[in-house]
Design a protein around this ligand. Sequence first.
Ligand SMILES: C[S@@+](CC[C@H](N)C(=O)[O-])C[C@H]1O[C@@H](n2cnc3c(N)ncnc32)[C@H](O)[C@@H]1O
Length: 350
Amino acid sequence: MELQVTDVAFGGKGVARTNGKAAFVPYVIDGETVSASITREHKKFLEAELESIVTASPHRVEPRCPYFGRCGGCVYQHIDYEHQLALKWRQVKETLRRIGGLKEPPMRPLIPSPIEYEYRNRITVHVRDGVVGFFRRESNKLLDIERCPIALNEVNAQLAELREGRPRDGHYTLRAGVGSRVFTQANDAVAAAMLDLVDRLLGPATGTLIDTYCGAGFFSKRLRGRFGKVIGIDWDQHAIAVAREDANENEVYVAADVEAELGPRLRSIGPPSDEGNRAVIVDPPATGLNKTIVETLMEHQPTQLIYVSCNPATLARDLAVLKKSFGIDSITPLDMFPQTAEIECVAHLK
Ligand SMILES: C[S@@+](CC[C@H](N)C(=O)[O-])C[C@H]1O[C@@H](n2cnc3c(N)ncnc32)[C@H](O)[C@@H]1O
């Protein structure tokens, strides 16, 4: 059937309406008319696959990767970069409205990636029965990958080397630069922009900073110079060991579950005082914050809260609760992962 695509939803699928139901079609662009076939019918929506483009969007471009459409990684290579950014910004806003109940989310302009391809400083590939690659789209089968155009050349050189060595079944994380087993941000230029942003948002804060889900201290290391004390919490012992290696006297790194550690730490530093305010950074995995952590933050009310999120849906869910105790000052999306559906956000609460 012919469908008019009106939007592209978070996750990358185009949205159209037919027979009173929403239909979701991958690899299309808002404004396009496409011919698609329905592949699954659910109670409230339909899933469809693109057959052909009837009227193309002016934003349509040629994907650069031969695996695009089959690989589970990228979903936007057929859309020019400017429009990818516009879509992601809108997706964040809509998610905050729909799930977060924020009527007018205080959105700031999206921070783009200066590099649209060849930006990833690490990839994880899987090996099974001689196939070395990524998972296929919506499948647990592997697609053999010789080169990933969103990864840095150095990472692709490692992939070539791995392939030549006929590796055993398993997962392999390939990284540019010195190898490390701990979490690191995947796009160096956007990671640097994110640090600048968080630094700017915190303004002249001076008291105690609690950096939760701190990893190897990505945020703490940048901010330690202007806080009297910095406490980093992460349950990854290796990351905490790396963070401790070059710690100054005012930095403490604790290997613990944030859920157990945050309350006691906030309690021990007491209420905001003349010596300065209290800032908390949370940078949780895609699942967001659990109820206990949200409650702890609401009970202890740090002066400033920076919520770094890699999932707008869980960010919106958590802000729906946090907004009862905090003012939401700004939300800034960042494009850490061009060509993919992923969106990073930094929310600033006071
Ligand atoms: C998105 S990474 C952020 C790391 C760091 N902020 C950075 O930018 O490099 C999430 C981190 O949360 C940690 N983590 C996940 N769940 C946790 C929990 N319940 N308690 C403590 N750390 C946790 C992981 O070990 C990981 O280092």
